[in-house]
Design a protein around this ligand. Structure first.
Ligand code: NDP
Ligand code: KPL
Length: 332
């Protein structure tokens, strides 16, 4: 740690980045810097506005630094104790997240992942073998209302743990985790520290692999998809079951009854749910298909676990991504 007041840099100030930037500013325990793209001007001029049932409404929250790129952040001369990834997890994006973060990850920087999906940590460990990686599951709902303005709704919870780096001592990683947890709690986040964050992430991805994929493939909310045929529930259970099998084959812990619980959590929502993957597809943005379906599928194939439903859903979502990226060639 370079100072008693850590420097935190958030990469990406969309829905989740806005919520956690606000939490960290409200904590008053750290200096908060951001790398922003489409909302750079708004954040620079007016600061951040968060509307939240849990944290209240805050207008004009100010940052210690707003930058257009990681190079610009590094050139400010600030050394960052934490670099928080609050962008979408796009494993096949070029340049890669690791390449983009190179200028701001220096000796002692801890990288914090606030992203959905699995397999996000490996490329970062490869690129930054001597840096701590803290991995988190974010349990909240958030959306962007306009440039520099976001809304947080439903509950807010952060389940976070160390994704151990071979070259580092567990003690060093734990210290960096403790400070991040303390700052987040001081800002009002409901933090749960977890010794087995990979199991947590895989349990969360059971949900996303199923509901995000079927809503995007059909462009329907979950209730409409499930009403359309009795086979829809069979497919949903098959997708979830395959993710559970792959996670267990990896030696991870998935509690018995997880699939039933996740089905019930979805079907109990009267009007059903859309998904972030569907939103991304409709907006013409690349989806998080690789971390939500690609990693479970590849791990299944590697471990000899049958994953026919994951292959089907992955290939459909990849085709939809391709369609968005090649509108001319996609015409029928
Ligand atoms: N939203 C939610 O309710 C939840 C989201 N999550 C997960 O959180 C993660 C973040 O999602 P979410 O906040 O919804 O995504 P958003 O699309 O709302 O925000 C992502 C932000 O990252 C910015 N960004 C991407 N690339 C760059 C770049 N090169 N330079 C600067 N900024 C960049 C985007 O900028 P620009 O505006 O220019 O595109 C955007 O502001 C995802 O993994 C998601 O699955 C998890 C739980 C709930
Ligand atoms: C917001 C929620 C829970 C809805 O499916 C989700 O995880 C997603 O869309 O990615």
């Amino acid at each position: 740690m370079t100072t008693t007041r850590p420097n935190v840099l958030l990469f990406g100030v969309g829905s989740i980045g806005s919520v956690y930037a606000a939490i960290l500013i409200l904590s008053k325990r750290c200096s908060v810097h951001v790398v922003a793209r489409s909302n750079y001007d708004a954040l620079q001029k007016q600061g951040l506005t968060l509307r939240s049932s849990k944290f209240g409404d805050h207008e004009g929250l100010r940052f210690d630094g707003v930058y257009r790129t990681c190079e610009e952040a590094a050139n400010s001369g600030t050394r960052f104790d934490y670099v928080v990834c609050s962008n979408k997890a796009l494993l096949d994006a070029k340049p890669s997240l690791s390449d983009i973060l190179q200028p701001v990850v220096t000796d002692g920087t801890a990288i914090v992942l606030l992203q959905n999906g699995v397999g996000v940590e490996e490329p970062l460990h490869e690129a930054f073998p001597n840096n701590t990686v803290l991995s988190a599951c974010v349990w909240t709902g958030a959306k962007v209302l306009g440039p520099g303005e976001a809304e947080q709704f439903n509950r807010e919870g952060l389940t976070i743990g160390v994704d151990h780096a071979e070259a580092l001592s567990a003690e060093q990683e734990q210290k960096q985790l403790d400070v991040f947890v303390e700052m987040s709690r001081a800002g009002g986040s409901d933090v749960t520290v977890c010794d087995d964050i990979q199991s947590e992430r895989w349990v969360k991805v059971i949900w996303n692999a199923c509901w995000n994929a079927v809503t995007t493939a059909t462009q329907l909310r979950t209730n409409r998809f499930l009403e359309a045929s009795p086979q829809a529930m069979m497919l949903s259970r098959a997708i979830m079951g395959e993710v559970v099998d792959v996670a267990r084959a990896k030696g991870l812990t998935v509690p018995d009854g997880s699939v039933d619980k996740l089905i019930e959590q979805c079907t109990s929502v009267k009007d059903g749910l859309p998904s972030s993957m569907l939103d991304d597809y409709v907006a013409g943005r690349p989806t998080e298909v690789e971390v939500i379906l690609g990693t479970p599928l590849r791990e299944g194939l590697r471990l000899g676990v049958p994953v026919p439903s994951l292959i089907a859903m992955y290939s459909i979502i990849k085709a939809l991504d391709w369609k968005n990226a090649h509108p001319e060639e996609a015409k029928i």
